[in-house]
Design a protein around this ligand. Structure first.
Ligand code: UGA
Length: 440
């Protein structure tokens, strides 16, 4: 493999991971980060979030010198001819659309320094049509003119598996304007091609839509099974057995059919809303309106969990002590953005309950956003004196806690497994009134 000089513009989750992983492949990487605190931390070999394996990899390549950081676009333009744009596209405050201003700012800042033929590669999740606009902007502002080409190369990494997903992606999608651009990116990703990763080479619009369609499909799968779980509850059926059974059909597949309190995070909820919004702008809102229901079903799981807890407590949570296992939106992450666990904990707190949360990694990020909740140092401590315990983020450690140890410190032995992963018969055997969502 030929080592290539690249820049990575925006060193948040996506950018820091891409930068460290590309250095691991042997490339020389310059990360561009304008946030002073973030850049200083990265340059010292630390990452400001919990992601298994990432900090070790980043520190390793800061030490090898293959990975450096700057805030200078002039330095970036001079350093490399391959630039990856990895900035965030959060939900707009004014609408349900995505805010692409950081993508535009990155292209505007970099373009004047692209003085030689180069490729600017967008990786951020954007509304369809953004890449074409960014290509026009680049052509207009880059001294290299038509020699500076834009490529769209969406990223599919999952939090918790970011390093593995980046080094061993299950596909590479390239939206390209020319055979030359395709060739440049294929050469860069040669190690993945050698490992058998399939490449899908297409136009900008398709590449942009692949990304949001993939997330919309995953969100739909989760809301589908959660809707079925509601019917299972009403009918006395078991959604876990049902998911196992339908999952054996390879056309359906078992993954992402885990019913529970629903999806959260910085991607799925935001991306389905932005997809509906963009479809509306394109005059095809009806085609995507089902995603509103996907969103509604997802939100409803949080309300449903709260109502079930109320029911377990005899109608009101006022004054009750509630232990909550989990704060992150998923395990192996300290990300609490749009976290179902914290949303439910917050609703119960607003209802007058005394809520104590335990999360193995996300307590600090959770406390920064939800300072009014109490935080415990262990799973058992979160349950101390509680009237009911909620399992809301499926960290593996919760499955190895002995129900007897938890029962011994609780006032009332009640459990709601909001992820359907605990061994309910074992909890019942320890004297618990225990239930899941859509399970028996
Ligand atoms: C998601 C996609 O899975 C990635 O492919 C994509 O690259 C990423 O968004 C992105 O756009 O950047 P991520 O947000 O890390 O990744 O999380 P997921 O693993 O998709 O989980 C999302 C949520 O769905 C979590 O809250 C999880 O608990 C929930 N979930 C997942 C369920 O409720 N049930 C399931 O069966 C699976």
């Amino acid at each position: 493999m030929t080592a290539v000089k690249i820049t990575v513009i925006g060193c948040g989750y996506l950018g820091a991971t891409h930068a460290a992983c590309m250095a691991e492949l042997g490339h020389e990487v310059l990360g561009v980060e304008i946030d002073d605190a973030k850049r200083t931390a990265l340059a010292a070999g630390t990452v400001p979030m919990y992601e298994p394996g990432l900090e070790d990899l980043l520190a390793k390549h800061v030490a090898t010198g293959r990975l450096r950081f700057t805030d200078s676009y002039a330095e970036a333009g001079a350093f490399a001819d391959l630039h990856f744009v990895c900035v965030g596209t959060p939900q707009l405050a004014s609408s349900l659309g995505a805010d692409v201003s950081h993508v535009e700012a990155a292209v505007r800042s970099l373009a004047p320094h692209v003085a030689r033929p180069a490729h600017v590669v967008g990786k951020s999740t954007v509304p369809v049509g953004t890449a074409a606009r960014m290509a026009a902007l680049l052509a207009e502002l880059a001294p290299a003119g038509a020699g500076a080409e834009l490529v769209w190369n969406p990223e599919f990494l999952r939090e918790g598996f970011a390093v593995q997903d980046t080094l061993e992606p299950d596909r590479i999608v390239l939206g390209v304007p020319s055979p030359g651009a395709e060739q440049a990116l294929r050469a860069f990703y040669a190690p993945m091609a050698e490992a058998g990763t399939p490449f899908v080479v297409t136009d900008y619009a398709t590449a942009e839509l692949v990304k949001v369609s993939a997330n919309a499909f995953l969100a739909t799968k989760i809301s589908f099974i959660n809707a079925v779980a509601e019917v299972c509850d009403a009918a006395g059926a078991d959604v876990v057995a049902l998911a196992d059974a339908i999952g054996h059909d390879v056309r359906i597949g078992r993954r992402f059919l885990n019913a529970g309190v629903g999806f959260g995070g910085g991607c799925l909820p935001k991306d389905i809303r932005a997809f509906v919004h963009r479809a509306g702008e394109l005059g095809v809102e009806d085609a995507m309106s089902f995603l509103r229901q996907v969103d509604d079903i997802n939100q409803r799981q949080r309300a449903r969990a709260t109502e079930i807890v109320q029911g377990m407590l005899g109608g009101s949570v006022l004054g009750a002590r509630i232990g909550v296992w989990g704060a992150a939106f998923k395990p192996d992450s300290d990300d609490v953005r749009d976290s179902p666990a914290l949303s439910i904990a917050g609703q119960l707190h607003l209802g007058g309950a005394h809520v104590t949360v335990y999360d193995p990694k996300a307590a600090a990020t959770a406390a920064a956003r939800f300072p009014t909740l109490r935080y415990a140092d262990s799973a058992v401590d979160a349950a101390r004196d509680a009237d009911v315990l909620l399992h809301l983020t499926e960290w593996p450690e919760f499955r190895s806690v002995d129900p007897a140890d938890v029962g011994a410190v609780m006032t009332h032995r009640r459990l709601l497994d909001g992820r359907n992963l605990l061994d309910l018969p074992a909890w019942r055997a320890a004297g618990f009134e225990a239930r899941g969502l859509g399970t028996r």
